[in-house]
Design a protein around this ligand. Structure first.
Ligand code: ATP
Length: 319
């Protein structure tokens, strides 16, 4: 591999820029040429790519979003689109590609790999829903944002002796709710991975108020139901009227934490190293401190396991 390209695809996440920067600089350090593709697979089909140098990724490590921008591309879902994508890369003499994105983006990378382009996937999503890595790039920042928001809510909830339902992102993965809920002392954490009983939660909240608790926070992952639904049910079962906060896209913005910047830098450098060694079709991650490169096919067909120990700990401490 002599010339590689990098693109960001699907939903953006904090730390994508740190990953782009590390791909570019690691490639240049290793004597490879490197191109940046604008707007994901759509940009690839539009031949929207340009050579990157050391300075082209300056002053971005601290920025949210992605300088390469991102897109969802229907055409790339078709065999013809994928073939054209591979052709465009070959016409530019590019034989390696780093794709930074979620599972959909990984599927695209897998297709390109089967068409002879050497590809690596980097887990760029706040949801932490990609298996074979402990954490995805952006997750740590998203959790920090939720924790910060709950701290603020808690101040005003305590003053008024009220309760709050906070709806967080994560799609089908409850990790943002779990980590943010545990870190902010939520009374209940509602995630898609664990069945819950709203009656039980409501009674517990009422009980805790009677025992002198001055606030109550329930965190719900968007993949289960809306915060409004949870609040309505709590009112029905307990008479408590929680305020609802939907954090929405705020969770995807802002400057990445140092953890996300370091994770992005490490994963990107490892991906470039594997590409240079001729490897292809791998999703890159870190598990228990070790770098892992897993067949993308396996990554996209495996469901990320849920940390039940952490969930049970949160439950034990939430009284
Ligand atoms: P996020 O998890 O943040 O939403 P994602 O990468 O899963 O990110 P998707 O919209 O699912 O986001 O995928 C991004 C793009 O990847 C799609 O618009 C499409 O171009 C490409 N893609 C998705 N699935 C496939 C597939 N099965 N085959 C080829 N390309 C795909």
């Amino acid at each position: 591999v002599k010339k590689i390209a990098v693109l960001t695809s699907g939903g953006d996440s904090q730390g994508m820029n740190a990953a782009v920067r590390a791909v570019v600089r690691s490639a240049l350090y290793r004597g490879l040429e490197v191109y940046g593709v604008q707007r994901g697979y759509q940009g690839l089909l539009n031949q929207d790519l340009r050579p990157m140098d050391l300075r082209s990724v300056g002053d971005i490590i601290q920025r949210g979003g992605t300088i390469l921008q991102t897109a969802r591309c229907k055409e790339f879902m078709t065999a013809e689109g994928q073939q054209r994508g591979a052709d465009v890369l070959r016409e530019h003499g590019i034989d390696g590609l780093v794709v930074i994105g979620g599972d959909g983006s990984y599927q695209g990378a897998n297709k390109l790999s089967k068409l002879g382009i050497k590809t690596m996937g980097l887990p760029g999503t706040i949801d932490n829903d990609i298996p074979f890595t402990d954490f995805t790039i952006g997750f740590d920042t998203a959790v920090s944002i939720v924790v910060d928001a709950i701290n603020k809510l808690r101040d005003t909830m305590t003053s008024h002796e009220r309760s709050s339902v906070v709806e967080v992102m994560g799609r089908h993965c409850g990790d943002i709710a779990l980590y943010a809920g545990l870190a902010s002392g939520a009374e209940a954490i509602i995630v898609p991975e664990v069945p819950f009983d709203i009656k039980d939660i409501s009674h517990r909240m009422k009980d805790n108020f009677q025992k002198g608790k001055r606030h109550g926070i329930v965190v719900v992952a968007e993949g289960v139901c809306s915060g409004e639904d949870v609040a309505r049910n709590i009112t029905e079962h307990s008479g408590i009227e929680p305020r609802v906060t939907v954090l929405g896209h705020i969770q995807r913005g802002g400057s990445p934490t140092h953890n996300d910047r370091i994770l992005a830098s490490q994963l990107a450098d490892y991906a470039v190293q594997r590409l240079q060694e001729g490897d292809s079709g791998k999703g890159i991650g870190i598990m228990k401190g070790e770098f892992v490169a897993t067949d993308i096919e396996k990554v996209v067909t495996t469901k990320k396991s849920f940390n039940l120990d952490l969930y049970n700990l949160a439950l034990r401490l939430s009284q």
